[in-house]
Design a protein around this ligand. Structure first.
Ligand SMILES: [Zn+2]
Length: 484
């Protein structure tokens, strides 16, 4: 019986351990578009790209590189472009504290933690913390028996956080608080608590441009500004900034219906700096105002290559030859050529699969690609022949019209190279309302390499040498446009 229950507990532990790996350190991509490789070095194969601000899970770190997981994709990213956040640590303060399978005493006990034991914080859930022990057990522990040890963000290699100078206590005198040079007025003045200066949270956060809400039932203040969310429960020493626990040594408290919180926490929560001038009894909070985000996404030098059609969507079929196969062949070649020339690329498909038209444009938009080029073959009446490249920038669409010159230049640059290389009839760079051109937000073009239904051109399109020439022409056209 005893043996059986041990086995049961062990099974539960294993289930818990295997169930999730949310405890892992997380990282945020800091570069514009960063390459994901199959190993820790630039010599390894490119397996994908990640755009700025993507949150990834860090699996392991080696020689300045991190192995990360994003959705189903796994790969290595250089530490230069990844900000790693280590999971916060907790220390057990109770003597022998029960670890449970869920956030409450009604959940089964799955283990115990000794006083002084250090645990990794996985998540918080009311008065319970989801934790992971050094042995790898993931479980829940009551918040009453733990204290926060530290938390922090470090770029790799891990560096110790700089020591925080403390703002001295100010006995018997109320300091003046300046925010970006402007004196703030409070209906509840700053005060000293446990030799820490406590300041009115809402007044200061609102002066910084944050929105502050108060939840009466959970006694929690939430402040939001830009991408940053600060959550501060009353009487708690573990507020979170974007989900990361930040320890404060004096808890926030309610005085005359106003929340007072430690000055340094309030001043720095949104990335500000706190200065203290003893002579004038002045606190000076400085926060660089972020420029109004521009609607234009950050441009990168990423090129998205879009081999037309795929999967059940074959495109033109002529004498059994399918457009989707020719476009994929040429598209993969364009990708290889650009990559070998040091230009980061992303293909909308690398296999014979269906990809939606909107999905193709969305991918390029999400990656903030610099250029989008779609590859197709034309068809008409088995007689017409030649090469044309399309773009779209109508006056009726102001966003696209603003890019008219660029879009036209991109299409012309590709068309020029295709004509010079393939020497087919020049049908020109022309405007056409096509989904991928209409829905991409960067300069985009669509090359109709040749007519697949024209017997002469079909024979050419089946030759590797022609497909390579077409790919080199498209790649060079893209490069010429980038270097214009
Ligand atoms: Zn097509």
């Amino acid at each position: 019986m005893r043996k059986l229950s041990r086995i049961l507990i062990l099974t539960m532990i294993l289930t818990l351990v295997l169930a999730s790996n949310a405890w892992a350190d997380s990282g945020i991509v800091s570069g514009g578009v960063v390459n994901l490789r199959s190993g820790p070095g630039t010599q390894y194969e490119l397996v994908g790209t990640l755009s700025k601000d993507t949150r990834v899970e860090v699996i392991q770190s080696r020689s300045g590189w991190h192995q990360v997981q994003y959705g189903d994709v796994q790969g290595w990213i250089t530490g230069e472009y990844l900000t790693v956040t280590q999971s916060p640590k907790l220390r057990v303060t109770g003597d022998m504290v029960n670890l449970r399978s869920g956030p409450g005493t009604n959940y089964p006990q799955v283990g115990q933690a000794k006083k002084g034991e250090i645990l990794d914080l996985v998540d918080t859930c009311d008065q319970w913390y989801q934790i992971r022990t050094a042995a790898g057990l993931q479980a829940y522990i009551s918040a009453n028996y733990i204290t926060t040890v530290n938390s922090g963000t470090s770029t790799s290699p891990a560096q110790p956080a700089p020591p925080q100078p403390s703002v001295p206590a100010l006995p018997g005198k109320t300091p003046a608080v300046f925010y970006n040079g402007q004196k703030l007025a409070f209906d509840v003045p700053p005060m000293i608590d446990n030799s820490r200066t406590m300041v009115p949270l809402r007044a200061i956060f609102e002066a910084m441009g944050a929105t502050v809400t108060w939840n009466q039932s959970t006694q929690t203040a939430t402040a939001e500004k830009g991408d940053t969310t600060v959550i501060l429960p009353l009487n708690s020493t573990t507020p979170t900034i974007n989900g990361t626990v930040t320890k404060i040594d004096v808890p926030a408290k309610l005085i005359d219906q106003r929340i007072l919180a430690p000055l340094r926490f309030v001043g720095e929560a949104f990335g500000g700096t706190v200065g203290w001038d003893q002579a004038s009894y002045t606190i000076d909070i400085q926060l660089k105002e972020e420029p109004t985000p521009s609607p234009q996404p950050v441009r990168t030098n990423l090129v998205v290559i879009d081999p037309g059609h795929g999967g059940t969507e074959t495109g033109t079929i002529a004498e059994g030859v399918m457009e989707k196969d020719i476009t994929l062949d040429i598209g993969l070649r364009v990708g290889n050529i650009l990559r070998n020339r040091g230009i980061p690329i992303q293909l909308t498909r690398t296999e014979d699969v269906n990809v939606g038209l909107q999905e193709r444009a969305d991918l390029a938009n999400e990656l903030n690609a610099a250029i989008f080029v779609s590859i197709h073959c034309n068809s008409f009446n088995n007689v017409v022949s030649g090469t044309e490249t399309l773009y779209y920038a109508p006056e009726s669409n102001p966003e696209l019209f603003a890019m008219k010159a660029e879009r036209q230049e991109l299409a012309q640059a590709i068309q020029d190279q295709l004509i010079a290389s393939l020497m087919r009839k020049n049908r020109g760079a022309k405007e056409d309302n096509l989904s991928v051109l209409r829905n991409t937000r960067m300069p985009s073009a669509l090359a109709e390499v040749m007519f697949l239904d024209n017997p002469e051109e079909r024979a050419l399109l089946l030759q590797d040498s022609t497909k390579q020439q077409a790919a080199e022409a498209i790649a060079t056209g893209i490069q010429n446009f980038m270097q214009r």
